[in-house]
Design a protein around this ligand. Sequence first.
Ligand code: GDD
Length: 409
Amino acid sequence: RVVAVIMVGGPTKGTRFRPLSLNVPKPLFPLAGQPMVHHPILACRIIPNLVQVYLIGFYEEREFALYVSAISNELRIPVRYLREDKPHGSAGGLYNFKDYIMEDDPSHIVLLNCDVCSSFPLPDMLEAHKRYGGLGTLLVIKVSAESANQFGELVADPVTNELLHYTEKPETFVSDRINCGVYIFTPEIFTAIQGVFTQRKDTANMRRMNSFEALQSATKALPVDYVRLDQDILSPLAGKKQLYTYETLDFWEQIKTPGISIKCSALYLAQYRYTTPHLLASGDGTKSATIIGDVFIHPSAKVHPTAKIGPNVSISANARIGAGVRLISCIILDDVEIKENAVVIHSIVGWKSSIGKWSRVQAEGDYNAKLGITILGEAVAVEDEVVVVNSIVLPNKTLNVSFQDEIIL
Ligand code: GDD
C-alpha cells in the first residue's frame, strides 16, 4: 500500500508569487488550466496500490475544501487536506500527521513539494526505490552550474546511486545535481524525524542549564518541533547507505515566481498531448478561433471565431475573448474580458480584469527576470488603446495611460 503526501505550505510562504497569491493559495493557481497541485495528484494516481492522498499545509481548511472534495470524486481516491496550526517545517509537518498516514499501514510514502513542475516519474521511482532497499529515494536532475545554488546540491555514487553528500543551497559550488523535492520513503522516515526532535530537546535542555549560552544562541535556535527535511534529515543521512537517488532526464522546474508559471503552463500543455489530448483546443470547425500550438480553453469561456490563440495559452472559466484578439504565451484567469483587437503576450491576466479595444498587454518573456512578464492582478481595468509593457499591476487598478517597466501599486 502507498500513501502520497503533498506539502502545500501556507500563506506566509509563496510571497514571491504575489500579487497572484493574494487571491488564491499558490498551490491552487492554475497551470495549463488546472490547479498547480492537480498535476502531482494526477501523477500519483498511476502508482500501483495508492490508497490515499494527503495535502499538508497551514492554509485555512476552507481554502482547500472545494478542491479536495471535487478531486476525490473525480479520482475515486480519497484526497484529504490536513491543516497544521503553524509551520513545522517540511519534515515536521509530515511527522505531525504520522497517525493519519500510518492508519492505512503503508509500505511506502510518496512525498512531494507542491511547487515543482515535473513529469513525476513515480512508478519508475518506486521500482528503483525497492531495488535500492534504502529508507528513501530522491528524484534528482542535472541543472546548470550557475543555477544549482538555489536548490539542494548533492553527490551520488554513479554505480549504486547512493546519496553520498547533500548540502542545501550551498554558497560554494558542490554539484550540478539537485534535489527535485520528490521523494519515496519507507515508514522508518518517522523514526529519523523523531530522532531530530529528541536531539533538539536535549540541546534545548542543555542550553537552559547554561544561561550564558542560552542568551547567545536564543536567536539562532529553531523551535524544538520545527524539522526541515533537507538540512535536518537528508544532510545527516547522506553517505550512510540509507538514501538513494533516481535521476530524471524529463522536464522539471521549481515554481517560485509568476514568471515561471507561464513556462510551467507550457510544459504541462505539451504533456497533455500524451496524457489528456482532449484538454487541448483543436481549432476544428468553422466556429472555432484559429489555434496555434498547445492551448487550453475552459468549456465555459467564449472565444470569438476571429481571434487567434497560441502557442502556450490557457484560458480559464467564463473568460470572454473578443473579435480579432491575439493571445500568445499567457494565462487568462476566470471572468476576464478581452475586447476587440487587443493583444496579450507573455502575460498573466488576473481574475475579473478587463482589457480594452486595441490595447496591448505584453512583456519580453524573460521568465526569470522580475519584470520579464506582465501581470495584471485581480480586477484590473486596462482602458481602450492603452499599452502595458513589462509591468506588474496590483489589484483593482484602472489604467487609462500606457506604462512600461513599472510596478503599479
Ligand atoms: N505543510 C508544510 N509546513 N509545508 C511546508 C512547510 C511547513 O512548515 N515548510 C515548507 N513546506 C512546503 C513548501 O510549500 C514546499 O512545497 C516544500 O515544503 C519545500 O519548501 P521549503 O522547505 O521552503 O524548501 P524550498 O522549496 O526552498 O526548497 C526545497 O525544494 C527544492 C526543490 O523544489 C529543498 O528541498 C531543495 O533542496 C529542493 O531543491
